[in-house]
Design a protein around this ligand. Structure first.
Ligand SMILES: [Zn+2]
Ligand SMILES: [Zn+2]
Length: 197
């Protein structure tokens, strides 16, 4: 089954402007199949998990948390997204930290000693940061919104083909069996160039 998903959303449960229900409704209206709420650990409302369970939506919803992780180079963010048995950890928005590429790779390695990093974001607030979409960062790459407002929703997403359940989706991402909204466009452009050549 072809699925379109969002792995990084903030709501009024931390520093976002939309409620959980408003965010779910907006992503549903934009043709998404699954979404992960990833509110900040240090701002999290105590009712978070219960409130996510009470959302009325046809979307497949993941409970996630954006963790603030201390490293030698400073604080960075990691999303922990929960399936039914699987858990996905993504190293978030590397463009946010003012690291060189070498420092970014070192930092990911550093974090990966304590937390199993499964994928690295190649976006900053939903905008493509191609400098991190490189083989030297040897992880599957994911595009996400990191949305905090209505306008921030729907800029970046992933797509994949798998069974419509949480664990299948997380496993597919860990294996890199997904495409990002950007790489998909590039693949299409490359295919067109070959056809035209
Ligand atoms: Zn963050
Ligand atoms: Zn975030």
């Amino acid at each position: 089954m072809h699925l379109k998903g969002q792995l990084h959303i903030h709501t009024t449960c931390s520093d976002g402007k939309l409620t959980l229900q408003q965010a779910a409704d907006l992503y549903a209206s934009m043709g998404f199949d699954f979404i992960a709420f990833t509110d900040h650990d240090h701002l999290l409302k105590s009712r978070y998990r219960k409130a996510i369970g009470e959302i009325k939506t046809d979307l497949l919803v993941f409970i996630g948390i954006e963790l603030t992780v201390s490293t030698k180079l400073g604080y960075i963010h990691v999303n922990r997204i929960e399936g039914d048995h699987e858990v996905l950890h993504t190293f978030n928005h590397p463009g946010d930290y003012d690291f060189t590429i070498k420092q970014t790779i070192q930092c990911i390695d550093d974090v990966a000693r304590d937390i199993q990093i499964d994928a690295v974001e190649i976006t900053h607030n939903g905008f493509y940061t191609p400098e991190y979409d490189i083989e030297d960062i040897a992880y599957p790459k994911v595009a996400s919104d990191d949305s905090h407002t209505r306008l921030g929703c729907g800029r970046a997403w992933i797509e994949l083909d798998c069974a419509r359940n949480r664990d299948s989706i997380l496993r597919a991402i860990k294996e890199g069996n997904h495409s990002n909204c950007y790489t998909r466009g590039q693949a299409k452009a490359a295919a067109m160039a070959m056809v035209l050549a």
